[in-house]
Design a protein around this ligand. Structure first.
Ligand code: GLU
Ligand code: MG
Length: 454
């Protein structure tokens, strides 16, 4: 821990802070974990004792930002993490175990100003833009898929089960149930869970929540899934495409905007039951998808998933039925006005959820602000169209590699606005480095293919 001046920096109400202290005492919590993420969404955590908690809530806890990917350089490295009392949760706990609570932090400078490099702040700013445009809530429901392997140094699967496979094939049913209990104990409500299409691939869908809360939930979800797997002697991974020739893991993200308790995407009289707002929002995400792809699909490996044939989107189009489209509008059923939503299918579960939700929101808001027109839906299977047919219909594709995605991002005004200049520059730099490191690698495939004949 670095020393920063002790100074009042709290961003929450006194009542909320007192409430946390009360709960810690009542529950006899022995440690509090304070969490935040680096630019790539890796969870960073440090533990404090209850005695330090009041100071942490009031003044924050200093840490060395230069050791966090994408944060400040050495010469401006002192950073402060301030726990958000609204995120206080007990970690799953069994009789006889140490009781641990966690809170998610905002990162500020020693002066108490929000830190431009904090992904949570980027999402807060996106939500401010939304509010200034007359909406009060951005609701998000992500579907995070993951694989279970026997260990973290190989891809040996636990079963050969497929979509919705039942118990005999699905060795991990109990593990999934334990995970669901753990998630629910932390206030993350589960809607349904099932085996996914790939062998040893799973999905637990959680109930929608406002974007900031959901980004916090996403971190928690990933940690819980991994921890429960580890406790049971297996390894859970959110790597987008761990198995060649099988489906990858996506994070289809259901989104809607609300104002005054009403779903702003719904319009009774429209043939798709979509309001002008809903259409412009979708048009915005379609138009800017290539530019923000390096954020929702941030790894070299992400682009191995975004290929035809594995239920992941490749082409920039929308549809009501078609799962090969980038955005799908689930069919309207009478009575489900409030559930009208746009499901964007390109993000993967290894993204930074704060930056991803912020970029998705900005892209949608851009569409609303500028009145973008929604193209016609594409109901045919887009994987089956020839390049000429796609050209005729004006359908573009997502970037094919991280390198292409970074070039798009680097030239994007929208991404710069969404991420802010500080994160934008660092993100481009970090990701370009990743791509440069990858592109000089020699693969087994190349040696097999070329060495015998060239
Ligand atoms: N695993 C697929 C993907 O990569 C999605 C399968 C599904 O439709 O849930 O997006
Ligand atoms: Mg799925």
């Amino acid at each position: 821990m670095t020393q920063v001046e002790s100074k009042f920096r709290a961003t929450s109400s006194e009542e909320a802070r007192k409430d946390v202290l009360r709960k810690v005492e009542q529950e006899n919590v022995q440690f509090a974990l304070l969490w935040f993420t680096d630019l790539e969404g890796h969870l960073k955590s440090f533990a404090i004792t209850p005695g330090e908690l009041e100071g942490a809530l009031n003044d924050g806890m200093g840490f060395d930002g230069s050791s966090i990917t994408g944060f400040n350089a050495i010469e401006e490295s002192d950073m402060v993490a301030i726990p958000d009392p609204g995120t206080f949760q007990l970690m799953p706990w069994k009789e006889g175990e140490t009781k641990v609570a966690r809170m998610i932090c905002d990162v500020v400078t020693p002066d108490g100003e929000p830190y431009d490099g904090d992904p949570r702040y980027v999402l807060r700013l996106a939500l401010e833009r939304m509010q200034s445009m007359g909406f009060d809530t951005f609701n998000i429901g992500p579907e995070l898929e993951y694989f279970l392997f026997k260990a973290n140094d190989g891809t040996e699967t636990l079963d050969e089960g497929g979509y919705f496979a039942m118990t005999t094939l699905d060795a991990a049913t109990e593990l999934r149930q334990e995970t669901i209990h753990a998630l629910e104990s932390m206030g993350i409500l589960v809607e349904y869970a099932h085996h996914e299409v790939g062998p040893s691939q799973h999905e637990i869908d959680i109930q929608f929540a406002p974007a900031l809360e959901m980004a916090d939930h996403t971190l928690t979800y990933r940690l819980i899934v991994k921890e429960i797997a580890a406790k049971n002697g297996v390894y859970a991974t959110f790597m987008p495409k761990p198995l060649f020739g099988e489906n990858g893991s996506g994070m289809h993200t259901h989104q809607s905007l609300f104002s005054d308790g009403r779903n702003a995407f719904f319009d009774e009289s429209d043939k798709w039951h979509l309001s002008e707002t809903g259409k412009a929002f979708i048009a915005g995400q379609l138009r800017h998808a290539r530019e923000i792809s390096a954020v929702f699909a941030q790894w070299v490996n992400s682009y191995k998933r975004l290929v035809p044939g594995y239920e992941a989107p490749v082409y920039v189009a929308w549809s009501q039925r078609n799962r090969s489209a980038l955005i799908r509008i689930p069919l309207y059923k009478p009575g489900s006005e409030q559930a009208t939503r746009a499901e964007i299918r390109c993000p993967d579960p290894a993204c930074n959820p704060y930056l991803t939700f912020a970029c998705l929101l900005h892209a949608g808001l851009e569409g609303i602000e500028r009145g973008y027109e929604l193209p016609d839906p594409m109901e045919t299977n887009l994987y089956h169209l020839t390049p000429e047919q796609r050209r005729e219909r004006g359908i573009t594709a997502l970037p094919e590699t991280l390198g292409e995605a970074i070039d798009e991002l680097a030239g994007s005004e929208l991404a710069r606005k969404a991420l802010g200049p500080h994160i934008f520059d660092r993100y481009v730099e970090i990701k370009r480095k990743e791509w440069d490191e990858y592109r000089v690698q020699l693969s087994e495939w190349e040696l097999r293919r070329y060495l015998p004949t060239l």
